[in-house]
Design a protein around this ligand. Structure first.
Ligand code: ADP
Ligand code: F6P
Length: 323
């Protein structure tokens, strides 16, 4: 058992639906364990500016269903400087924060690792729509983002069919293709372009469109991952080469907002609670994850060094189903 008496919680990097549910779990499990809980606003930037508030059970009422983060979030490039990390540690000490829960992506976890190395117990909770944290099969926000993308693509498909168009729909994910692969399968896309697999053979896509039109296909849906990009350019080239009207739709930030799905709320609740359990058990420099059906935790450095890839069966299936 540890001597942690006060914990701080912050959200950092891109927001993700379910972050509020995670904050709620941290606050309520922390209070239930007899800890004081402080909310740090605007991620590491707010920590450096001492934007720190006491949290009680009521501070997290009525938020489990809300998108965004009540603590706000920020990117704070200054935290890469050792002297700025020292200042962050000093501020934690001033507010008697001896355990820190960081809800964010891998960049945020690197910040947590730096503070932990300098003496602040820190645990990371994976919050990102991109699903790109290597040591976990699940990240908070992914399910909501995929559902938002899926609903949007359904709508684009309606108009695409009416106009007999080809539609390229760009989804988020930074360098990772998980949102594209999942929404592409869920929407029955003809093509799913992800940087992990795409060979940039646009001529093959063009030939496919021409062939499928001959068999009576009225629309052609291409889900393009942000990491591949250039959706507008691709639309112009495909239209010129196929003669089929082609439009690009970039879904963008809508994927980061909205009320979290049940899956995101439940994962966020479990992962937030587990982070507090770890701090109470005296563990630090850990990332909470979910693998093979169980909550797990890893050393931050080991967790970030792990490798993961899109599921090959899923990817092959997406090709088989699009024929
Ligand atoms: P995410 O956490 O979603 O991956 P970022 O990569 O933008 O988002 O990182 C969020 C914040 O984490 C950064 O603005 C910075 O404050 C901190 N951070 C990122 N990388 C590092 C690093 N190598 N060392 C210390 N802090 C970092
Ligand atoms: O990490 C979440 C994410 O939405 C990515 O999918 C995207 O590449 C990035 O954040 C956009 O970041 P910003 O909010 O800085 O535009």
């Amino acid at each position: 058992m540890s001597n942690v008496k006060t914990i701080g919680v912050l959200t950092s990097g891109g927001d993700a639906p379910g972050m509020n549910a995670a904050i709620r779990a941290v606050v309520r499990t922390g209070l239930a364990a007899g800890l004081k809980v402080k909310g740090i606003r605007r991620g590491y930037s707010g920590l450096l500016e001492e934007d720190i508030v006491d949290m009680d059970s009521r501070s997290v009422s009525d938020i489990i269903q809300r998108g965004g983060t009540i603590l706000y979030t920020a990117r704070c490039p200054e935290l890469l400087k050792p002297e700025v990390q020292d200042k962050a540690v000093e501020i934690c000490r001033k507010y008697e924060i001896d355990g820190l829960v960081v809800i964010g992506g891998d960049g945020s976890f690197r910040g947590a690792q730096d503070l932990a190395r300098k003496g602040i117990n820190a645990v990371g909770v994976p919050g990102t729509i991109d699903l790109d944290i290597t040591c976990t099969d699940y990240t908070i926000g992914f399910d909501t983002a995929v559902n938002t993308a899926m609903e949007t693509i359904d709508k684009v498909r309606d108009t695409s069919t009416s106009h007999e168009r080809c539609s390229i729909i760009e989804v988020m994910g930074r360098h990772a293709g998980y949102i594209a692969l999942w929404s592409g399968i869920a929407n029955g896309a003809e093509e799913i372009l992800i940087s992990e697999r795409y060979d940039y053979d646009e001529q093959r896509i063009i030939n496919n469109i021409i062939e499928k039109r001959k068999t009576g296909k009225k629309h052609y849906i291409i889900v393009n991952a942000e990491g591949v990009g250039d959706s507008n350019g691709m639309a112009k080239r495909i239209e010129a080469a196929t003669g089929m009207e082609t439009r690009a739709t970039i879904i963008g930030y809508a994927q980061r907002g909205g009320s979290p799905t049940a899956i995101d709320r439940v994962f966020a609740s479990m992962m937030g609670a587990r982070a507090v359990d770890l701090l109470v058990e005296g563990k630090t420099k850990r990332i909470v994850g979910y693998r093979e059906g169980h909550l797990v935790d890893y050393d931050i450095i080991e967790g970030l060094a792990m490798k993961k890839d899109v599921d090959q069966y899923m990817y092959d299936l997406s090709i088989r189903l699009s024929r």
